[in-house]
Each structure stands twice: as C-alpha cells, then as structure tokens.
Design a binder for this molecule. Structure first.
Ligand code: PMP
Length: 366
C-alpha cells in the first residue's frame, strides 16, 4: 500500500510503488564489488531469465529505457547496415532515430496511430529489400496504447530473412508474455520504471547467440553500452560501472516477487486490469484509440471529446482529484489521455482514475 494522500499516479511509467518497495530504495549502500552484490546479481539474472523465458544472456545497465534501445543498436549493427524499422508511434520513431544516428541504412514502415503493424506489409517489405541486418520495432507503443503482435512479427521476419530482431519492450516486458527463446528474439530492451515495480534507473536487455555473432562484426562506436563489458564483469559477479544500487535493491525484490507469484499469474493480472480499464472507459461513453484487437495490457489510450482542451483536462484531474493521467504525445497532444496499468495496480486505482476523468469531463462538455 502507498502512503496516504499520495497522488494516484497513473502514467505509463514511472509507476507508483508500494511502501515495502519504496523503503528498499532508501537502503544503505553496499560494495558493488563485494560478495553481497555478486549474490544479488546472480539471483536477479536468474529471475529475469525466468520472466523472459530465455537462456540468453541478460544484462542490467544503469540507464533509462532509451539506453537499452541504444545498446541493442550499437552492439549489433555497423554503419551502412540495412535496417527495417516498423513504426506505430513515437517510440518506434525514436528507435529509427537511434539506428540512423549510428549510420544505419534505415527503411521505415509506418502505420496509422492506433493500429498495430500489418504482417503482410512486413513480409512484402522484407521481400523487396535484400540482406536486412535487423528489424527493429516497439512491442507496446506507449504513445497509442497498442501492442504489436510480437510472436507473429517474429515468425514473418524468420520466414523471410536472416535479420536480427531487436525489440523495444520497455513498456510491455514484465506485464505481457515475451517468450524470447521460443519466438527467436535477439535483443529485448526494457526499463525498471515500468512493469518491474521499481524507480527509473536500470535498463535490462536480453542478448542472443546470434546477437553475439553480430557483436563480433559490429563496428559501431561503443564503450559504456558495450555488452562485452557487462559480460566480462558478470563473470566475476560485478557491474562494469558503478550501478544505481538503490534501484537494484528494489528490482531484486520485485523480480523475486514476480517469479514467486508465477509469471503466468502476473501476465493474467495485467490482462484483467487492462480489460477492467477498457470496459470502464467504454462504460463512460468514451472511445478507445487502439484497434481493439491490439489494445495494450499495460496502458490504455482514450480519445478526448473534440471540444475538450486536453491540457486543461489533465490539470483539472490533478487539481480536483489528485489523479495524474498521461497526456497525448506529439500529434496526439490534447487529443487523448492515457491510463497506465502496469506493475503494482489495483482495480480501485483504475476506478478512481476513471471517476476523476468522468467528473472532469462533465464540467468540460455541454
Ligand atoms: N519505449 C517505450 C515503449 C516507452 O514507453 C518508453 C518510455 N516511456 C521508452 C521507450 C523510453 O524509455 P526511457 O524514457 O526510460 O528512456
């Protein structure tokens, strides 16, 4: 339970934290080159592999999620490599920008906001471009509340190419199943402030054998994000650089609690609360942005009635109800609001957020 009078923080990350986790973030520091850290790292790696259903290597990097996306790129591609970037919203655009910044020869495949990627179009594009080195995309597009059909996309990529699959799963991993080995995903990037019930500060990646082969050939400049550094130090139970210990403390316990609960149960819980949120929004007469077939289980994007000023709406919801909702980003600014429901979330949190939205909209619509 959180402390009294805290706002109901319903962003799609950073997520609110229960008091027992918050306390851990305030724990005394330890020697990150001592046995206590080595023990913690070993347990965390094992639990992270369980959540990702993988035997691939996993690494903890002190950075936000964007750092993990950059790690996916710099460790596998070289300038001039052909990259297919599938874009369904602002985070897909970001992934393409990172690949371009490192000299990738990026082809973008864009889909309408609210839609998931179309499998036939991905297939056609892979047939048109030969020797694609990597296919990069967002699993769960936090800006539109859409979840791409990850397994199906992976199948198409494997059927049509030898390309690496690099996935931004920043806002899905930990709340939604990602079978890294079964689906043949080379790098998955995520971050602590999302479904992992922790503060921001630690990014996590999975790294496949095929990704390691690409790493040997990759000439992209890298130092802090070079997975070789993380791997070498992992062998001696240490981080290559001073880690964000406070977040490692919370993440250790959050990961353990997820595995103890059973990851299937964690995923089912996310599905249920997402359905509750979607049903609740629809019951208020509101329209959801995403195509219902691809609605996200970690964040719901809801259209605002046209006459409503989105900025004013968000500020009234905070001022009058102590609820913090997510707004729209870029071209969706002022047009939608978003409710995050990942990590630690109860039905009452969602009901309160929806009631706040309902009450506020009543005062803003005729
Ligand atoms: N990808 C997705 C899907 C996200 O939701 C976010 C964060 N909202 C990011 C990438 C970027 O993560 P960060 O802000 O931690 O760098």
């Amino acid at each position: 339970m959180t402390s009294q009078n805290q706002p109901n923080l319903r962003l799609p990350g950073p997520v609110p934290l229960p008091d027992d986790i918050l306390k851990l973030a305030g724990s005394q520091m330890i020697n990150h080159r001592g046995p206590e850290y080595a023990d913690m790292l070993e347990k965390m790696s094992a639990n992270l592999k369980t959540v990702f259903m993988t035997n691939n290597d996993v690494y903890f990097i002190t950075s936000s999620g964007t750092g993990a996306m950059e790690a996916a790129i710099v460790n596998t591609i070289s300038p001039g490599d052909k990259i297919l970037s599938i874009i369904i919203g602002v985070f897909g655009e970001r992934f393409a920008e990172i690949a371009e910044a490192y000299g990738g020869d990026v082809t973008t495949l864009n889909f309408d906001l609210g839609q998931a990627a179309d499998l036939d179009q991905i297939r056609e594009t892979l047939r048109e471009i030969s020797n694609v080195k990597a296919v990069i995309f967002t699993h769960n597009e936090s800006s539109t509340g859409v979840s791409n059909p990850l397994e199906e996309i992976c199948n198409v990529v494997h059927e049509e190419s030898e390309a690496l699959i690099l996935v931004d799963a920043v806002s899905s991993a930990g709340g939604v199943p990602i079978a890294v080995d079964a689906w043949g995903i080379d790098v998955v990037a995520t971050a602590s402030q999302k479904s992992w019930i922790s503060p921001p500060g630690i990014a996590m990646i999975t790294f496949s054998k095929k990704a390691w082969e690409a790493h040997q050939k990759s000439t992209s400049p890298k130092y802090y994000l070079d997975v070789q550094q993380y791997e070498d130090y992992l062998q001696i139970g240490q981080p290559p650089f001073t880690p964000c210990l406070s977040v490692m403390f919370t993440l250790e316990i959050a990961l353990k609690s997820m595995v103890d609960e059973g990851i299937e149960n964690v995923f089912a819980r996310h599905h249920q609360i997402a359905q509750h949120t979607r049903d609740g929004a629809k019951a208020l007469g509101l329209e959801l942005l995403p195509d219902p077939r691809f609605a996200s289980n970690t964040v719901t994007a809801i259209k605002l009635p046209e006459e409503v000023d989105g900025k004013e709406f968000l500020s009234r919801v905070i001022k009058n109800h102590n609820v913090i909702l997510g707004g729209g980003q870029k071209s969706l600014t002022g047009k939608i609001f978003r409710i995050g429901h990942m990590g630690w979330v109860e039905k009452s949190h969602i009901d309160e957020a929806l009631a706040a939205a309902e009450d506020t909209l009543k005062t803003m619509t005729s």
